[in-house]
Structures are given as C-alpha cells and as structure tokens.
Design a protein around this ligand. Structure first.
Ligand SMILES: *[C@@H]1O[C@H](CO)[C@@H](O)[C@H](O)[C@H]1NC(C)=O
Ligand SMILES: *[C@@H]1O[C@H](CO)[C@@H](O)[C@H](O)[C@H]1NC(C)=O
Length: 587
C-alpha cells in the first residue's frame, strides 16, 4: 500500500471507529499530506476509540508537525506508523507530541518481501522503540499487546520533579556544612505516595534562586517551575501551588490534593504592662459610673448632714461647714473602711446604710476579679477581621504576584480593597521584617502562616507572630505537569486516593512536629532573644513551686506599689502647696 501512495510525502488515514466495529466512510477521514500545514486539516478530536494509520513516504512533514501546534493532535489516540526508517521512528518519539503519546506502533519492512517488523514506543519505560513482533505470511509470529498500559506502572522510570523550599509544604533538613540531608513536608510526602503508586523514582530539581513558580518574561517564555515544565526539563512541579487560570496557558494542573484558605500573619503585640491590671476588673463605663457615684455621694451626705446640723448632727465636730470630710467619709465607705463615727440622724443613716450595701457589692466584685487579672497577661485589642484590616493603616505584604490577583478578584469588598495596599516583597524574610516592625500583615495560605507563627517565630510556647482570625478565599492546592502530559490522568487518580485517605492533614501535623525540633526553622532575632530570656525568667517565677499555685510577686502587684508611690507624691505636693498657701495668705 505504501507504493501505491508513494507520490505523496505522507498519507494519513484517520479512523474514527469504535474498536472492532466495521469501518464505514462516515467514521473515516483520509488525508493526503504534501506539506506540514496539511496536517492541520485533520480533525483531531474524535469519540471513543481512535486509530490513526500514518503511511509515510517522506517523514519530514510529520516530524516537523510533531514539534508544532501543540493542540492539533490526539494524544490519547493509537497511532500506527507504516514506512520510514527506525531512526525516523526514534525521532518521532522524541518530539513534543511523540513523547506525550502513549501508543505509537511502527511497522517497518524487512529485507524479506512481505515481511514487516513491528515496534512499540516505550514512553517513560525506556528510550527508543522496542521490536515486539513480525508480520510474516499473513500472520504475526507472536501474540503481543501492541497497546499496553504504560502509565499505571512506570517500572521505576526516573521522573524529574521541580520544587523549592516553601515551608511548611517543602522543608529541607541540612547537615552542619549546609549539604542537604532530606526534603520533607506535605508536598514531598504527596510525591512519595505518587511515586509508590505509579512505581517511579524521583529526581528533585530546583529553579534558579529568585524564580519561584514562574512568571512570563518579556520574550513570552516562562521562568521558574513553569519554565522547567514548558522546556521539558521537569515532569512534575510541586510547591504548594494554587490553581490559577492564567498559568494554564503553559502547564496543566492535577486534581487538587489540598484546600487552603488565605490568611494573614500579624505581629503578636506584647502583653499590656502589669500595673494596668488594676483597671481591668471593670469596663471603662463601669468606672465612670462608680466615679460619678463617688463624686455625688459626698455632696449628698454633706447636704443631709448640713440640714440636720440644726438638730445637732456632727455639730460637735464642727466640720459641717466643710465639704471635704463628707467626701473623705464616702470615700472610706467605697473602700469599706470601718468608720469611727456613725451618723445619728435618720436621713444620713438611711443614706449611709444603702451606701454600705452598694460599696460592699462593688468591692467584692472588684477584688475577686482583680486576682484573676493580676495573674494573667492581658493582650491588647488586635485586628482580627478582614474589615478591621482593610480599614487599618497596615499594608498587606506578599511574595509573588498571585496574591495581588487574588485580592483584586475577590468578591468580598473588604478583601478587594486590600489590593490597593498590597506590596509585593522580594523575599519572605523581607516580609517578616515588615510584619515584626508592625507595618504590614503577610498574606499566605493557612498552613504557611501557621507554620511561621507556631514554629519559626516561636519558642517555649510563645510566639512573636500570630494568625489573624478571619481568612478568605480557599485555594485549591495542585501540582503542575507539562501541558498535555500523559501522566495527568493517572496522577489525578492517585491524588483522589490520597485526598480521600485523609493523608494530607496527617502529613501536615507530622512535618510540623519535625520542623519544631529543627533549629533551622526557628527564628528569634537578637532583640527577640533578649525579651525571650526575660520572658522565660518571669515564666519560671510564675510557675512557682510547681504545684500549680502561683504566689503573687512584685511584678503582679506593681500596680499597688505604683499607686502608693503616686499617693506619696500627691501628699508631698499638697503639703508643699499648703505651706506656700499659708505663707502667702495675709492671715
Ligand atoms: C516497579 O518497577 C520495577 C522495575 O521495573 C519492578 O521490578 C517492580 O516489580 C515494579 N514494582 C511494582 C510494584 O510493580
Ligand atoms: C532569621 O532572621 C534573620 C534576620 O532577622 C535572617 O537573616 C535569617 O535568615 C533568618 N533565619 C531563618 C532560618 O529564617
């Protein structure tokens, strides 16, 4: 048949047939190819079972085409290439299309008339075409499966996985001299499971420093992970990657193996100074009410006493003319001081009796609450919601432009408005500095910010960072494979098992535990070290003798001492004022 079409450079017969059914003219397309562009006329999308018979005379148009027009090809089709030579077949399996096509069978005529040798491509298994059987005298010499499944068991093939350190998904354990001992984390575990399920071995590669997931360069090419996949320097890219539609131009994404919200990393404000604890038992409006009560009760008592003075109340003391003793008296009541003098007149008696009850309730409420507030450190009010953050003066810091896009495209107006204050950082370290300086919050996925707060900037259960309560927009976490990669279907299937097995949360906990024992990931800067040291000492004092009871120390009671000091100063001042007053007054 080859001879019959020998005037054409290639002859392509597209058979759109259900397997084993008869070929009728409607399910068949016959194409005569003289130059490369002719192949574009073929209809490459077809139903169910697809067979393609390529009769080659001049292989050049086909080989050229196989490296062009990525989408014009049926990657899941079964191809039988008749004619050409073994080098041509080998060349075909190395083209962009050839690499990604699972089923290519070559038929080459041998020296013997009427004898054809059949070769199958091996895809990931090995390089080259494998001779499998021979067609001689109207039958095959051996019975073989020409289209075996080459993806379920990759037979230990080496797949190139491109990744970079991205805690906590990908973490590195290093030896003293900086050499890499081990990679671990959720993403590494997921790759290991894939490798186990599909029987491949892994070689990890890293994009050059500074290139992360990759972005499009001015000449239209891509760097980072995207570039590695696009240039066929890697088979799989993994680095806590979000499913993003603009990257789909260059790569394909697998099924998601995780779902993560985007959260904000904020500075953990230091606790308020202890002396302020004296004010904490009541809210400010309660304090205002009490103060009003105190201010009013003095004059009220004075008024009643003055009215009653005509009947002899307090006359003997001769103090009714002055307001101050009444105030001092009611102040004493508020502090539940035993009063040396009792009112003798019904009006003042009733008032004082009610004041006793009122102040008793107040002082019990205050003193019982006070103990608790003396013992715990109170944290200042902090930004916890998206609304508060969007209205605050804090910037939003992020690494990579992805979050910018995400903020802009958010449906929540509070999140959308944050796009205006987004500042892209060149490194995470730079972003942390901004957060610690209280200038910005750092946006990343939940696993990441939890890792930074719990491990990186944490020691002895205290952290310099915290995660803002409210998060936004959950993201699908996916891996990337080459566009049209034959691996995708099988990888998706395995990822579904991984997800359903609940393996990811388990892996996350395990790797965090591992990181928390690693010096590499814990980072308190030198000033932090100092604070931390003092914190530790205080902690020890707080813990007391270890039976859970905490004796109050000077630190707890500093409020009382500060108050008495203030009293001393005020007394000294009023004494001096009085001296000055008596000297200058004419009497
Ligand atoms: C994986 O591939 C190796 C190498 O071909 C093979 O010996 C082994 O049996 C395979 N393992 C499984 C589980 O199929
Ligand atoms: C710790 O912080 C310092 C600067 O604050 C930085 O130079 C260093 O790389 C950080 N170490 C780690 C392990 O993040």
């Amino acid at each position: 048949m080859c001879r019959h079409y020998s005037s054409y450079s290639a002859f392509l017969l597209l058979l759109y047939v259900r397997c084993q059914s008869d070929i009728d003219s409607s399910s068949r397309q016959v194409l005569e190819v003289r130059e490369t562009e002719d192949l574009l006329r073929a209809v490459w999308a077809s139903p169910d079972c697809r067979g393609y018979l390529l009769l080659l005379h001049d292989p050049l148009p086909l080989l050229t085409f196989a490296d062009m027009h990525r989408d014009a090809w049926d990657y899941d089709g079964k191809y039988v290439v008749v004619g050409g030579s073994l080098p041509h077949l080998l060349q075909l399996t190395r083209t962009d299309k050839g690499r990604k096509t699972q089923h290519v069978v070559g038929a080459l005529q041998t020296e013997e008339a009427g004898e054809w040798r059949l070769y199958v491509n091996q895809q990931y298994w090995a390089k080259g075409m494998l001779p499998v059987t021979t067609w001689r005298r109207h039958s095959f010499t051996s019975d073989v499966d020409l289209f075996p499944d080459k993806l379920s068991d990759l037979r230990g093939a080496l797949l190139r996985v491109v990744t970079f350190v991205w805690e906590p998904s990908i973490m590195y354990r290093r030896a003293e001299d900086g050499s890499l001992l081990e990679r671990y984390g959720v993403d590494i575990d997921a790759i290991a499971l894939l490798a186990h399920a599909m029987n491949f071995t892994v070689r990890f590669d890293e994009p050059p420093p500074g290139e992360l997931w990759g972005r499009q360069l001015d000449d239209g090419s891509w760097d980072g992970i995207m570039g590695f996949l696009d240039r066929d320097e890697a088979d799989i890219g993994v680095a806590n990657m979000f499913l993003s539609y603009w990257r789909i131009q260059v790569v394909e994404f697998t099924a998601p193996y995780d779902l993560e919200a985007s959260c904000f990393l904020a500075r953990a404000e230091p606790p308020l100074p202890r002396w302020q604890a004296l004010a904490f038992p009541f809210q400010w409006d309660t304090w205002v009410a009490i103060l009003l009560g105190l201010v009013m009760s003095g004059p009220l008592l004075h008024l009643l006493a003055a009215l009653g003075s005509s009947w002899g109340e307090w006359r003997s003391a001769g103090e009714t003319a002055r307001l101050a003793p009444s105030w001092l008296y009611t102040l004493g009541l508020h502090l539940r001081e035993a009063q040396a003098r009792l009112p003798r007149q019904p009006g003042t008696q009733v008032l004082v009796a009610f004041l006793w009850v009122y102040t008793m309730i107040l002082t019990i409420a205050y003193s019982t609450n006070l103990t608790a507030f003396l013992l715990v450190k109170k944290l200042p009010a902090s930004i916890e919601t998206l609304e508060q953050l969007s209205q605050s003066s804090l910037k939003v810091a992020g690494v990579g432009e992805l979050f910018m896009t995400e903020l802009q495209e958010a449906s929540d107006p509070n999140v959308k408005s944050m796009a205006k204050k987004f500042e892209e950082q060149s490194s995470k370290q730079e972003a942390y500095q901004k957060v610690l300086a209280g200038e910005a919050m750092f946006v990343e996925n939940r696993g990441y910010v939890e890792f930074v707060a719990k491990i990186k900037y944490s020691k002895g259960g205290e952290s310099r960072m915290r995660v803002m309560k409210e998060c936004f927009a959950p993201n699908n976490i996916v891996m990337a494979v080459q566009r049209r990669s034959p691996l995708k279907a099988k990888v998706d299937q395995v990822i579904d098992w991984i997800r359903e097995g609940g393996f990811i949360p388990h892996s996350f906990r395990t790797s965090l535990r591992k990181a928390s024992t690693s010096k590499e990931y814990i980072n308190w800067s030198s000033e932090g070290e100092e604070e931390e040291h003092q914190g530790k000492k205080k902690e020890k004092q707080d813990k007391g003798k270890g039976n859970g009871l905490i004796p109050l120390n000077l630190d707890h009671l500093q409020g009382a001492f500060i108050l008495s000091l203030a009293g001393l100063i005020a007394a000294a001042l009023s004494f001096m004022l009085e001296m000055v007053w008596t000297r200058t007054s004419p009497a």
